[in-house]
Design a protein around this ligand. Sequence first.
Ligand code: GCB
Length: 597
Amino acid sequence: MKESLLYPCVNACRSFASLDGMWKMQFDPEQKGTEEKWQNGLPDSFMIPVPSSFADLFTEHEKRDYCGDFWYETKFFMDADSSKRAVLRFCSVTHRCDVYLNGEKIGSHEGGFTPFAIDISDCVRYGERNRLSLRVNNELNAMSIPCGSTSILSDGRKIAKPYFDFFNYSGIQRSVYLLRIPHESIIDYDTEIELSGKDAEIRYRVETDGENEVIAEIFTKDGKKAGERTGKEGTIRIQDARLWDIDDPYLYSVVFRIVKDGQDIDKYPAKLGVRTVRISGNRILLNGKEIYLKGYGKHEDFEVIGRTFNPSLAVRDFELMKWTGANCFRTSHYPYAEEWYQLADEYGFLIIDEVPAVGMMRSLMNFAAAGAGGKDTRFFVSDTVSLLQENHRNALEEMIIRDKNHPSVIAFSIFNEPETTYPEAREYFAPLFDFAKSLDVQKRPLTGALLLNSTPDKCCCYELCDFISLNRYYGWYISGGSDIGEAERMFRREMDAWAEICADKPLIFTEFGADTSAFEHKLPSVMWSQEYQNEYYEMNFRVMDSYDFVCGELVWNFADFQTTEGIMRVNGNKKGIFTRNRQPKDAAYLLRRRWKQ
Ligand code: GCB
């Protein structure tokens, strides 16, 4: 059985200690750590904050761009109380790791954006200090998600070659916890919601690892009981339910308890947003009402901290998104730290939650490769595809288990811009869509963001999606600048073709944008100037507004972000509506005018 991925909490039955702080770290370019047993103590380490993305902390190229094996070590004191289970929870280690406790290997994990937990009750030394060591690796290959390759530089160093457009930040990038939980405990839960008149029926299911009774209780914000039921599954009716909505993100609390002889054996509290998400014809419905998605593709990305979660930055991002009138964002291109979803629940934001299936095209600049005549790299025709699919499946499972109970999560995205232009792609993706559907009891819509060469005549995968998601760059990668008139004509031609084959499904834009320097103004505009970014968006909105089945617009990107260096990027991607420091470019005011209407 997989360890529970429930978010840590403290109450009479559960507690946790944070293992965050300064750890030891050592790079292992020659991969001698295992042979020399570095799990027994790092021979020549430096200090590193955990959590952190190590790349931007140092001043040397060798450290920033380090690719290969690297080790972490810390020590923690375990109290003498063995009456509760002891579990280590790693919220994300990018991209893979082996974990050692006191020199013994106790587990490993593949995938850098979802948590994993290891029960150490039987091997931890109670009443003593314990050494915790990790061998981490951040190489990219055709089986890893995200996908890429690893090259060797002329000086012998390895370097990551992502097939995607964001920096390969890595390390122990999210918190590490030592959980103490009861021996018989709550492993997981889910809820399905049906609205009936003014009431709501909450069908819940709780998974425990024992046979004792479970009690589920729902409370209003001011602590009044709204419903209760005994049993590991059942339905609770909330009378006159207050719904969770973007304007009024009301959250009930739900508490599950395992009870024996009137005593709580375990207790897990969570927030519950009462809302439904459905597709009806070519509309997306939230609580039965049409909703138009307005917002952003984002990244977890900031100066110095890389991809580490920072609560102040997250609040600033939500405030800025709200200020522009946005209601939605996509966690491009990987599941974000869990705190993002908690905040979205509170702020009333909608999330399209994306698995790190990005770079599924053998190209260092897939946006350019796909544009220039539609390059085809036969990505899904190779011996390693089944291993890739296994990693993809695991990441999907971990993401859906982790995020399914957030009311903010309205859809799951199964991919970003793979090659979808031949039947093997569909053979690859169809079972993953089925699998995702089977995991989500709420049966939320599934989608995937389609690259510009996934056109209606060529794409073999759009039919798998409950709503179509397009990443389109007419006026940027295609016919930019003075040729924007031609871009508009081409865009309309493509939209006409989509309208012919699937105007009965909702279609949203998951990306469209233009690189813009916050320092450039030009009259008349040129590409990269703020004036051009506005003209680009005005043209795109004109097209989108002409098609009735368009149900959303998520611009690319919320803020400028770091990428691998190269001739197409000026110290990162500059398509932000905000700078990397979270200050507005001119386009922010344009979006605000449009979205606040
Ligand atoms: C895309 C990718 C995104 C890139 C963006 C761009 O299509 O999905 O990761 O950053 O284009 O700016 O080129």
